[in-house]
Design a protein around this ligand. Structure first.
Ligand code: CP
Length: 309
């Protein structure tokens, strides 16, 4: 890999390479502590972030390197009208790799065409969030299995970039994927079409109710309704608060059900579930560090798998 823009470019081998490397690092972080002492990672976040930005920052520092942070849009020259193409071309002169989050879908692909250093998409609008997918897969592998997986993905499937990236990646593992949402927030039709193209005989099912599928699930991946992406606040209000999971649901679920969420959550998962063995979402967020360390190691060492995109 030169750049990581979308999970569609990841083969099963690429994914397993990153996850295996992350597991090695997780087991012995000191083995890579001084590997990148002269390396700087550029963080360009045009949208808010807690987990992605801070875990990339931690990952680079735990590899021995440092970060340079563009800061907020308000405090940078983006405020003066500098284009994204110019911004990335400037910052690639200060850094050995770039991490970009931007509100516009397709922005990471466009930006990657202007730079020679590796560029990682940390979320492009309602498009993709491939490093979230890698840590999601790592968490699934730790708590359930990527083989014979039956997963339910619930919430905002229209605007949720974590969902789009995860769904594409799971076609590599022939997972049974069940998508649960109100009709207005179903997966975009082009995503469903692509999933069927990627996985012959794909098990892709859509539901408007969790109850009908919950007992069959190994993993339930819950997402936030992406309020900031709705063109009309009234449309958000129509679906806000729907598709929550609470303790009553657990009675119908498998004892081994793993509940995940990319976070931040608003009200999708009742806090009482946090204390159960089902809850994997804080562990999931913490897995961002070893997984991003592994990805940076593979990108910076030029040993990033068999995809040449
Ligand atoms: N999951 C995720 O992308 O969280 P942040 O928006 O806090 O980075």
């Amino acid at each position: 890999l030169d750049h990581l823009v979308t999970s569609k470019q990841l083969t099963r081998t690429d994914i397993e390479t990153v996850l295996d490397r992350a597991a090695e690092i997780d087991a012995d972080p000191s083995s890579v502590a001084d590997r990148y002492t002269d390396t700087v990672l550029g963080l360009l976040f045009f949208e808010p972030s807690t987990r992605t930005k801070m875990s990339f920052d931690t990952a680079m520092k735990r590899l021995g390197g440092d970060i340079v942070d563009m800061g907020s849009v308000e405090s940078s020259s983006v405020k003066k009208g500098e284009t994204l193409a110019d911004t990335v071309r400037v910052i690639e002169g200060y850094a050995d790799a770039l991490v970009l989050r931007h509100p516009q879908q397709g922005s990471a692909q466009m930006a990657s065409e202007f730079v020679d250093v590796p560029l990682v998409n940390a979320g492009d609008g309602a498009g993709h969030h491939p490093t979230q997918t890698l840590l999601d897969l790592y968490t699934i592998r730790e708590n359930a299995s990527l083989e014979d997986l039956t997963i339910g993905v619930m919430g905002d499937l229209k605007y949720g970039r974590t969902v789009h990236s995860l769904a594409h990646a799971l076609t590599n593992f022939d997972a049974d994927q069940h998508f649960i949402s109100p009709e207005s927030l179903q997966l975009p039709r082009e995503v469903v079409y692509d999933l069927h193209q990627e996985q012959e005989g794909a098990q892709i099912r859509e539901h408007d109710s969790l109850e009908e599928i919950l007992p069959e699930l190994d993993v339930l991946y819950v997402t936030r309704i992406q309020r900031e992406r709705f063109p009309d606040e009234n449309e958000y209000q129509k679906v806000a608060g729907e598709y929550q999971i609470g303790p009553d649901h657990l009675e119908a679920a498998s004892d081994d059900l793993t509940i995940m969420h990319p976070l931040p959550r608003v009200d999708e998962i009742a806090p009482s579930i946090d204390e159960t063995d089902h809850a994997a979402y804080f562990e999931q967020a913490h897995n961002g560090v070893p997984v991003r360390m592994a990805l940076l190691d593979l990108l910076l060492s030029g040993d990033g798998g068999d995809d040449d995109e």
